[in-house]
Design a protein around this ligand. Structure first.
Ligand code: HEC
Ligand code: HEC
Ligand code: HEC
Length: 390
């Protein structure tokens, strides 16, 4: 993968959503995107892995093999909790055993939290992020989902999560890939940045993506969901949190640039720049609506082209005095991810080394928050923009 430099690290996961991803029930669900709790039992990967089902060799039946042999979700999340680095984080938080503490297992070993009553006979709490962590507990659909007359709607009606829907997919991944509480960050947990498209590309595919799908659309839905979650997290912070506010503000800036990208888009124009109070709730609701809408429309290459042109013409925003440097740096961080994903979704364009070199330069400049140089970034952005449309 190119540009490994700026990895997908930003905050962690709305604990609410991640508990739901893990199959836990919680009282009340104030957050849009959180689904109603399924009462299906979890059956474990042993029920998916036979060679006649998803453990076969052919491309339509190899999901278990792809997951168990190539997908980091199969082992690494739980294994990470036994490393020295986890020990360090845990010590700082006075956590006795990170591999058994909900503050860590919520995302790294989500099945541990499945209540005893929801565990089927072949369930195993030690499976890291398993099939059912993403697809939902299988009890009600396991037997029927292979019937030829069983439709996609039948399956989702029986509790299989509708991951073909990008909004549902984004909600599933963001649960573990964004919201880390401040105490964990302070203790040394990496910051997580949710970016659905890049992270979907990085996950070894055990499915065929529909031909009409666009990476840019996935990127957009993911960012709208990310801003919804940041709004939710920020609204719940007891004191002001500068770091989180800067990240929130950067993403709002980015998405507002793309307001009205297509006729079916809903707007974020009602959200003000203030990272507090009622405005966070307004933003939360508006982002949820936007994510849902964009997930449901057919994305065109013209939208990607316009988004790329609009975002690469924002150099002036980095040359305005008055905006704190950490806010500018966070904008740059989001912006380069956006340019990268929009550009790769337009790969039917002839390869252009100059564009690639300019984008690499932007990544390098955005990489280090404390030393961010807004003027140098603005210049590089202008160069990128020129090379896009010489
Ligand atoms: C139940 C929690 C959970 C869910 C749901 C989840 N992940 Fe993950 N994922 C993790 C954890 C934890 C790791 C980190 C593993 C480690 O390094 O310990 C991870 C790692 C990854 C990585 C590797 C990151 C790297 O830097 O190498 C990718 C890519 C990824 N996830 C993509 C996705 C996508 C796409 C989705 C949604 C379809 C998703 N994940 C859903 C918990 C989850
Ligand atoms: C909100 C979900 C979430 C929670 C809660 C969480 N993590 Fe993570 N953690 C992740 C994800 C996702 C990654 C992978 C980041 C990436 O690679 O992009 C990660 C990465 C890590 C890493 C770095 C792994 C590496 O080698 O790069 C360590 C160590 C870690 N987590 C330990 C912990 C510990 C210890 C706890 C509890 C105190 C914890 N995590 C709680 C989601 C979470
Ligand atoms: C980290 C999340 C995640 C995990 C873990 C996961 N999947 Fe998936 N799976 C997805 C996504 C996203 C899709 C694509 C959406 C779709 O086609 O439904 C998908 C698609 C599929 C499909 C549809 C294939 C197609 O081409 O239509 C099957 C079957 C499947 N997964 C089975 C499994 C099995 C079996 C496991 C465990 C061995 C598993 N998945 C683990 C996220 C996950």
């Amino acid at each position: 993968m190119r540009r490994k430099s700026l990895s997908c690290r930003a905050p962690g996961a709305s604990v609410l959503v991640s508990l739901i991803a893990a199959g836990l029930s919680l009282v009340g669900s104030p957050l849009p995107g959180a689904e109603t709790i399924s009462t299906n039992r979890f059956l474990g990967t042993a029920t998916c892995s036979s060679s006649g089902c998803h453990g076969g060799g052919g491309p339509t039946q190899n999901q278990f093999l792809v997951w168990s042999l190539r997908d980091v979700h199969a082992q690494r999340p739980a294994a990470t909790l036994t490393t020295a680095r986890s020990r360090q984080i845990a010590d700082a938080l006075q956590i006795n055993d990170p591999a058994a503490d909900l503050r860590c297992t919520t995302c790294h070993a989500p099945l541990q939290a499945v209540p005893i009553a929801s565990r089927g006979e072949t369930f195993s709490a030690g499976e890291s992020v398993s099939c059912e962590s993403c697809h939902g507990p299988a009890e009600n659909w396991l037997r029927s989902h292979t019937r030829p007359d069983y439709t996609h709607a039948d399956r989702t009606g029986a509790g299989m999560r509708d991951l073909k829907n990008l909004y549902v997919r984004a909600n599933t991944c963001v649960a573990c890939h964004q919201t880390v509480v401040p105490a964990l960050l302070q203790a040394g947990h990496p910051e997580l940045i949710f970016e659905l498209d890049g992270q979907s590309v990085a996950q070894p595919k055990h499915w065929r993506e529909s031909a009409s799908g666009s990476g840019a659309q996935m990127w957009f839905v993911g960012q709208a969901v990310a801003l919804r979650e940041l709004s939710w997290q920020l609204a719940g912070e007891p004191a002001s949190n500068e770091k989180l506010a800067a990240r929130w503000s950067a993403l709002l800036w980015l998405l507002q640039k793309l307001d009205g990208l297509g006729p079916e888009f809903s707007t974020l124009s009602g959200c003000s720049a203030e990272p507090a109070g009622q405005n966070l709730r307004v933003t939360l609701t508006a982002c949820d609506e936007l994510a849902k809408r964009v997930a449901g429309l057919s994305w065109t290459d013209e939208m990607s082209r316009r988004a790329l042109a609009t975002l690469s013409a924002t150099a002036d925003d980095f040359q305005r005095p008055g905006l704190a440097m950490n806010y500018q740096a966070r904008r740059a961080e989001r912006l380069v991810l956006a340019l990268d994903r929009l550009l790769s979704s337009r790969r039917n364009l002839p390869p252009n080394r100059e564009v690639d070199a300019n984008l690499n330069r932007l990544f390098r400049l955005a990489q280090s928050l404390p030393e961010f140089n807004a003027l140098a970034f603005a210049e590089a952005l202008n160069a990128f923009s020129k090379s896009l449309s010489p």
